[in-house]
Design a protein around this ligand. Structure first.
Ligand code: GLN
Length: 491
């Protein structure tokens, strides 16, 4: 039997359908891989009993010919998704041992379609970060290393556990969330495929809120096709989330292999940064050439407000976070540090429960929303956001179908290497990704090459609203040209 953990979801679906192996065997192989990879710290909770029970149940359904589109496929779930009767912490001390009495809509749809839950994946605390170093469970380790070096590298964040687990063959795919880049940046750092869908495409119900107008759930997988398969199950209208959009969910997999001939692809000149590593510049040129060879037409476009995106994001996102995180007060759920008064209880609980980065965001957010500063910061940032959105609209109005950019300004860096003295150094990681959240657009990160030290690099494609299909078609072209990348196993 082939190694059950190195298959793609598409291959595993075929193997399960023709009875080459059972979901229980597939699940057991992944549970063993997770156990052998605890040093990566990708999982914060393993749920082997639940996984085996789900696998057995789905095997019975498959035998009766009733398996769904993800029947028997073992997945990892970011710890931001509420999972019924299974601890959900957002990797924050403040949620303590919170066990939700309900299931998030996205995960419930995965189980409806037959997927198997292996456990909960590590992430930056409340999804705030770009390196997965702010988790209360400690940093996640990237399975990739620089050639000839033992330096521990970050997998990116905030969905670092998802990216690391998928890259290290611990699960066949994972859920993730993206507020400013948290699906695409870790995907780029680990040679996995990450999709941030259009705002409203996936329900946010049951996902721990960070910045509600920016948050979107999406998949991390090993191939573009696998990401498309997962997306179909994750997406869809949900009356419980008023921002989720009532539109049919297309068969995203059908977009894989579809011709991209004649599509106009924009190359935004403002994304050419001073001091950008030559390898990234080269990767970008190469990606454009691959799309051209497949029949696409490359055109230079301008997104003039790009330079304001990061500063505006770091006003809007903390503002919404400060309001969303007000609910963690030690009264309703999670950690409670007693005090002599209710005020003292709130204060001590929040002081003890939140980590440094979360506290920083709450303080920035409260500041920009406070009387006297609201107009100068928050309102202004919202206006800038409208301009950023308009840049993209102007571009699409000229017939551009998608925009090609690098996914990140660098390859994975070392644990502790960035942001220690200056948090902005960490924030700069999202320079190419935050615009997409600010505009509510879909984006995909696809592995496209390696740097001189052997670390993976990714390209990003940004699409029109609700046109994830074109991103899948273009992503597949890049994947076919670049090939796939798997880290050598050392753990
Ligand atoms: N790195 C960004 C932040 O810390 C984005 C995080 C995310 O997308 N969840 O805000």
């Amino acid at each position: 039997m082939t190694d059950l953990t190195s298959m793609t979801i598409a291959e595993a679906k075929a193997g399960l359908a023709n009875k080459s192996f059972t979901s229980l065997e597939l699940t057991d192989a992944h549970l063993a891989a997770i156990e052998a990879a605890r040093s990566l710290n990708a999982f914060v909770l393993e749920t082997p009993d639940q996984a085996r029970a789900m696998a057995r149940a789905v095997d019975a359904r498959i035998a009766k010919g009733e398996g769904g589109p993800l029947a028997g496929i073992p997945l990892g779930i970011k710890d931001l998704f509420a999972t019924k009767d299974v601890r959900t912490t957002a990797c924050s001390k403040i949620l303590g041992n919170f066990v939700p009495p309900y299931e998030s809509t996205v995960t419930s749809q995965l189980w409806r379609d037959g997927a198997v839950m292996l456990g909960k994946l590590n992430n930056d605390e409340f999804a705030m970060g770009s390196s997965n170093e702010t988790s209360c469970f400690g940093p996640v380790v990237n399975p990739w290393r620089r050639e000839g070096s033992n330096t521990t590298l970050v997998p990116g964040g905030s969905s670092g556990g998802s990216a690391s687990a998928v890259a290290a063959l611990l699960c066949m795919g994972a859920t993730a969330t993206d507020t400013g880049g948290s699906i695409r940046q870790p995907a780029a750092f680990t040679a996995t495929v990450g999709v941030k869908p259009t705002y409203g495409r996936c329900s946010r119900w049951g996902i721990v809120a960070f910045a509600s107008s920016l948050d979107q759930a999406g998949p991390i997988a090993r191939t573009t096709r696998d990401a498309a398969i997962l997306m179909r199950s994750m997406a869809g209208h949900d009356p419980k989330d008023t921002t989720s959009v009532d539109r049919d969910v297309p068969d995203y997999e059908a977009a894989i292999g579809k011709s991209v001939k004649g599509l106009k692809i924009g190359i935004p000149k403002e994304y050419r940064l001073d001091g950008m590593p030559v390898e990234i510049e080269k990767l970008w040129t190469e990606g454009a050439a691959w799309l051209k060879a497949a029949g696409a037409e490359l055109v230079e476009v301008s997104l003039p407000h790009t330079k304001y995106a990061l500063p505006a994001y770091y006003i809007v996102a903390p503002a919404e976070a400060s309001s969303n995180l007000a609910r963690y007060d030690g009264v309703r759920y999670g950690l409670r540090v007693p005090g002599r008064s209710i005020g003292e209880l709130y204060e001590s609980t929040r002081a003890e429960g939140f980590g440094d980065e979360v506290r920083r965001r709450v303080m920035i957010g409260t500041y920009v929303l406070s009387a006297g500063y609201y107009d100068a910061y928050y309102l202004r940032a919202q206006k800038v956001r409208t301009l950023i959105k308009k840049d993209f609209e102007d571009c699409f109005a000229k017939g551009v179908s998608a925009i090609l950019t690098p996914a990140t300004p660098s390859a994975a860096f070392g644990v502790g290497e960035k942001g220690g003295a200056d948090p902005v150094e960490m924030y700069l990681n999202d320079i190419f990704t935050v615009t997409v959240n600010m505009a509510g657009l879909p984006g995909i990160a696809v592995p496209a090459g390696k740097d001189a030290q052997g670390l993976p690099l990714g390209l990003q494609l940004i699409g029109r609203p609700f046109d994830e299909e074109t991103l899948f078609s273009l992503g597949e072209v890049l994947e076919q040209a670049a090939g796939r990348f798997t880290p050598p196993k050392w753990w």
